[in-house]
Design a protein around this ligand. Structure first.
Ligand SMILES: [Zn+2]
Length: 457
């Protein structure tokens, strides 16, 4: 070819070609080297010869780029019906497989059964192995959006040096509930894996779609917290719920789902828990002084679905949606830390005496006439019978109506100042109780709407 090159232009082209070929070769070789090196470092093989990525050990306090999701097989593929022997072998070898058949069969064990964590097994989550005494950022992708536009959801994992339970923290299942996001960050980024007994898994923002729009709901206007444990082939919300539940939640022994008041209401830091479940009641005992309101939970809520498969789950309510509230975040962080200490997962030298929550029965005070509500009381205030909680003024007739407390108690939740219509539930009054009474009187409970939508979690 070069022999036929008898002009300058042709020789120049030939020279360019040679240079290009050389550079391409170098790039290709160096890519190959990198890939080979990466594979040596980050992959390992499980006992059943499945190749799993080893998650990089990251100091979570360090700023780091967004993790990339590992696309795993759908959970249902892993739980195809197997022979008895295969099933028994797998149960011995894998952490995740234990609960997944329950999810698909939709036949849940008794809520009181605790999912015991087996002896120190490999922690393999979202396609990566997280070795003991390391922490990492992984990514969960529910695979429901346009694949080119899909946004991975970060999942923080700290696998402690020592054995212990797995505690999960989920934030912003409602995309406009922001306080919990910061609680997850403060708790997770303050843990040294070397001193942790057990595992912490944190999903700071579950509902990224809603978070980006400042909305409680998913992009199809559904409430994600009504679709757990979800269905693989269901609606968008149901698919997201199923993916989170099978890929992340199924690893948890304990779960704290972080929320705020909704529909322009704010909540004193409080736990909503099914106190008739003895294991849940025992878990709640571990929280430092925080209000506890008994509520069995509605079908579709994450904590209900988790309880149904033996995961001990509660909801923690902190403040108001669309706001970042330092006092609420500090209280929530303190409360989660108190549980870590109580269950000896992460001992700290915290001075609070004996952790003990305060149990409440509760009732709602509703507005009788429409208008603009101005509160005269605040969250946590003690009220007596007849105390004026707030005043509603009709902006046209100028008529004002006092809203009075029908009982003695504490304000554990309330509406922010706003326009209200008759029947609007404006103040949530808690009456100190004890655990037994609270559960016993649940049936005739004062004013909890059966659909639970009064102050929806
Ligand atoms: Zn919520």
């Amino acid at each position: 070819m070069i022999a036929h090159c008898n002009n300058k232009f042709c020789l120049f082209n030939w020279a360019l070609f040679l240079i290009f070929a050389q550079v391409s070769n170098i790039c290709y070789a160096s890519d190959k080297d990198n890939i080979a090196e990466d594979q040596e470092i980050i992959t390992s093989t499980t006992q059943d010869n499945e190749e799993v990525k080893i998650a990089p050990n990251l100091d979570l306090k360090e700023v780091a780029p967004l993790p990339k999701p590992v696309i795993t097989k759908p959970a249902s593929d892993e739980v195809e019906p197997e022979t008895q022997e295969e099933t028994e072998e797998k149960i011995e070898e894998e952490v995740t497989v234990e609960t997944e058949p329950d999810i698909d069969e939709k036949k849940y064990p008794e809520a009181t059964a605790v999912k015991e964590k087996p002896e120190r097994e490999k922690l393999v989550i979202l396609g990566s192995e997280v070795p003991p005494a390391t922490s990492t950022r992984l990514a969960w992708s529910p695979q429901v959006s346009i694949s080119g536009l899909s946004l991975p959801t970060p999942v923080l994992v700290i696998n402690g040096a020592n054995p212990g339970p797995t505690l999960c923290l989920t934030g912003a299942i409602h995309g406009d509930e922001l306080n919990g996001i910061e609680v997850v960050r403060r708790v997770m980024y303050d843990i040294n894996p070397e001193d942790l007994n057990g595992t912490l898994i944190g999903v700071p923002i579950v509902n990224l779609q809603g978070f980006q729009r400042g909305s409680r709901y998913l992009s199809d206007r559904r409430d994600l917290n009504r679709f757990f444990p979800g269905e693989e082939n269901g609606s968008l919300a149901s698919r997201i719920a199923h993916s989170l539940f099978s890929e992340v939640i199924s690893h948890c022994n304990y779960l704290i789902d972080l929320h705020t008041g909704s529909l322009r209401r704010t909540n004193l830091p409080q736990i909503r828990a099914n106190m008739s479940n003895p294991k849940v009641a025992e878990f709640v005992e571990g929280f430092d002084k925080i209000a506890v309101v008994h509520h069995a939970g509605n079908p579709g809520m994450l904590r209900t679905a988790a309880n149904n498969v033996g995961i001990i789950a509660i909801t923690m309510e902190l403040g108001e949606s669309l706001r970042i509230q330092e006092n609420q975040i500090a209280a929530g962080t303190h409360s989660v830390n108190s549980v870590l200490e109580k269950f000896e997962m992460y001992p700290r030298v915290l001075i609070w005496g004996k952790p003990k929550p305060a149990y409440y029965e509760s009732t709602w005070v509703r507005v009788e006439s429409g208008g603009i509500l101005f509160s005269q009381m605040g969250l946590g205030d003690t009220v007596s019978i007849g105390d004026v909680l707030g005043v509603v003024t009709d902006p046209i007739t100028n008529q004002s109506t006092d809203l009075k407390s029908p009982i003695k108690g504490h304000i554990i939740g309330m509406a922010v100042n706003q326009v209200v219509m008759p029947g609007f539930a404006a103040y949530h009054i808690g009456i100190e109780s004890n655990q037994e009474e609270m559960v016993k009187e649940d049936e005739e409970n004062l004013d909890v709407e059966p659909d639970g939508e009064l102050d929806p979690e």
